[in-house]
Design a protein around this ligand. Structure first.
Ligand SMILES: Cc1cc2nc3c(=O)[nH]c(=O)nc-3n(C[C@H](O)[C@H](O)[C@H](O)COP(=O)(O)O)c2cc1C
Length: 208
């Protein structure tokens, strides 16, 4: 089994990375493979061209997004982790979600029924809002979303400060444990219970 953690911070080794590493320690104990993808701050925004409806890949100039999507398809679990920027996720995470979301909904929804969790890291305010934003994406992609003893967030500003947030660290550790549990249950049941087929999606645009 494999989990991919998306680090949505421009700072590769900041608090978001620390939050992911905290979960990674649990995955290591459980024998679950874990990779972190640092998306940085160089992803282009979605252009809204909808060419991915035909090509099933993003046709913007290659900035690594399609390779990241391929890695997500191979994973059993996905963590979307972002620092809070102005009470929201980072613009890098936003670009990532818009483009991955568009490809996936046009590509047979390959992320469906994977185990996905949101994680937000903040200095003081906006973390629940950022968690909600990440949740909306995971839910749209039809992933299964376990919880923890608290909402999945931790507090810190300077790199490393999240380590001082004992409740946040415990929340992340329990979240990691819950993820592994759901992944194991899914893995055990997959052979016996086939995925229900998906109908062709009905689109009703509120235009009259
Ligand atoms: C542009 C910018 C906006 C920020 N906005 C918020 C905010 O609205 N609320 C908050 O609590 N922290 C805010 N922060 C602080 C970061 O969320 C915090 O330092 C976090 O630990 C950074 O994570 P990182 O080390 O992984 O980059 C902001 C930081 C930056 C650079």
């Amino acid at each position: 089994m494999k989990i991919i953690g998306i680090n949505g911070s421009p700072r590769a080794k900041g608090n978001t990375r620390l939050a992911l590493d905290t979960m990674g320690e649990v995955f290591a104990q459980e024998g679950v493979e874990f990779d972190i993808l640092h998306i940085g701050h160089k992803l282009s925004p979605c252009s809204g061209c909808f060419r991915c409806a035909k090509t099933h890949t993003c046709t913007l100039p290659d900035d690594g997004l399609n390779a990241m999507y391929d890695q997500l398809i191979q994973a059993d679990g996905i963590i979307l982790a972002s620092p809070v920027y102005f009470a929201s996720v980072t613009s890098g995470m936003r670009c990532f979600l818009d483009r991955i979301g568009c490809i996936d909904m046009n590509n047979g929804r390959k992320l469906r029924m994977k185990v996905g969790v949101p994680v937000a890291v903040a200095r003081r305010a906006g973390a629940v809002n950022a968690v909600d934003e990440l949740f909306h994406y995971l839910n749209y992609a039809q992933m299964l979303i376990p919880g923890s003893l608290y909402w999945p967030l931790a507090f810190g500003q300077a790199p490393g400060e999240v380590a001082q947030d004992a409740e946040g660290i415990q929340t992340l550790q329990v979240l990691a444990q819950e993820m592994v549990y759901v992944m194991k249950v899914l893995d055990a049941g997959k052979a016996q219970v086939p995925l229900p087929p998906l109908p062709r999606k009905v689109y009703t645009n509120f235009v009259r």
